[in-house]
Design a protein around this ligand. Sequence first.
Ligand code: URA
Length: 197
Amino acid sequence: MADEFDAKWAEFEAKCRACSNCGLRAGATNVVISRGGRHAPLMIIGEAPGEQEDLKGLPFVGRSGQLLQNLIDSYGFSEADYHICNIAKCRPPQNRRPTPQEIHACKPLLAEQFRLVKPKVILLCGSTAYEAFFGEKPVMKNVRGFFIEKNGYYIMTTYHPAFALRNPRNKLPIYEDMGKVRAKLTEIGAMPPLEPI
Ligand code: URA
């Protein structure tokens, strides 16, 4: 069973690395697929790799990633509990947002990733992730902090961690939203309750 999953995952990664569905691959050092558990109850989705992510081949390993990781760690997640990825797997030049065409081109791979990871809860970080899911530009303060149930998933939107880098006060709403995600995972039996100490 584990061998079968490993083989499917290896096939998926190879497909991502060989992808040329849009122009971003040509300018990228690495295709950034994921970090964390490959089969996990929580999927955290950002926008696209930045410079550090492109160099290391891992999502959220730069300054935003450090902030995100601190939030994750403060809620007692182990690495196997979360799967971190992005809407686009290749770095856009100068860290611009991926275009709608690039997002569209990357979607089949993200859909395949969902089928492998089988998350129960999805945390969308930032407006690009929201737009890719719901097809409209959000006013972030109006769409964050609550669950939408769609196709059997509980989906929460929060601010992108880069928003909290701009002003540390912005960390609070992301922290609150992560707390709701953590509580939902306990409520649905996907993670044990948080210990008081
Ligand atoms: N910002 C993102 O949206 N994703 C990353 O992986 C890093 C920074």
